[in-house]
Design a protein around this ligand. Structure first.
Ligand SMILES: [Zn+2]
Length: 234
């Protein structure tokens, strides 16, 4: 038999707990700090290709520069059997994702969408190097032609094949969210393990246009699994 006193105490406790959590907590947020992992064979869990060039439109969004770009004919990000197509890519300085605590100076997000409108983002990390990055060099000359927030400029023949993504590329996969409002969850994240190079001059050209840092803090994993897939075609 439970005494009325205990029932009252329990309901008071429940009321106090629900008062502390007025809204459902979001527990699959991005970015994250990617932990040390052992790789597993890719087995077509991640398949990325940008075989053709495509034109884009560069836009000054204020917090970032965004390229509306479809990835080119035949391009795809396949996660298992689901196909996502490129919509746009944009940048974060410094990086949003960290790898074993290390924050890189720059990160690119290639945002993809499936026919059911669900989103998958391919994250690419950059470290400063003496040489320019070939992929960024296709876009960077247009930055100086770009005006203030809300202005656009066309960019021709952007080749995703100049990204350092190949047969031996590793991919970190996890379930996350948008890193900007409304922080919607259900976003499939794939972060490329191979860090790309960016020259200091390229980084400076970017921060001259977008001075404000735009990296969201890393978010708790709350039990989510991060998987490292190694090698492409196996
Ligand atoms: Zn982003």
């Amino acid at each position: 038999m439970r005494s009325p006193f205990i029932l009252t105490a329990v309901s008071a406790l429940l009321a106090a707990v629900s008062g502390m959590c007025p809204e459902p907590e979001l527990k699959s947020q991005s970015p994250i700090d990617i932990p040390q992992l052992s790789g597993v064979p890719n087995n077509k869990n991640v398949d990325v290709a940008f075989p053709q060039t495509s034109n884009g439109v560069l836009r000054n969004e204020g917090e970032t520069l965004k390229l509306f770009w479809d990835g080119g004919k035949g391009s795809h990000l396949n996660l298992k059997d689901k196909t996502f197509s490129a919509l746009q890519f944009h940048f974060h300085a410094p990086s949003e994702h960290r790898v074993r605590g290390y924050q890189y100076p720059f990160e690119m997000h290639i945002v993809h969408q499936a026919t059911d409108k669900s989103l998958a983002v391919l994250g690419v990390l950059f470290e400063v190097d003496p040489n320019d990055n070939d992929f960024l060099n296709q876009v960077w000359p247009s930055i100086s032609q770009l005006g203030d927030k809300g202005t656009n400029v066309s960019v021709s023949n952007i080749a995703g094949s100049t990204l350092n993504i190949g047969d031996n590329t590793g991919f970190f996969r996890y379930q996350g969210s948008l890193t900007t409002p409304p922080y919607a969850e259900g976003v499939e994240w794939t972060v490329v393990r191979e860090v790309q190079k960016i020259s200091q001059a390229q980084l400076d050209a970017y921060t001259a246009k977008i001075a404000e840092k735009n990296a969201r803090e890393v978010q708790p994993l709350y039990g989510r699994k991060v998987i490292l897939y190694e090698g492409f075609g196996n």
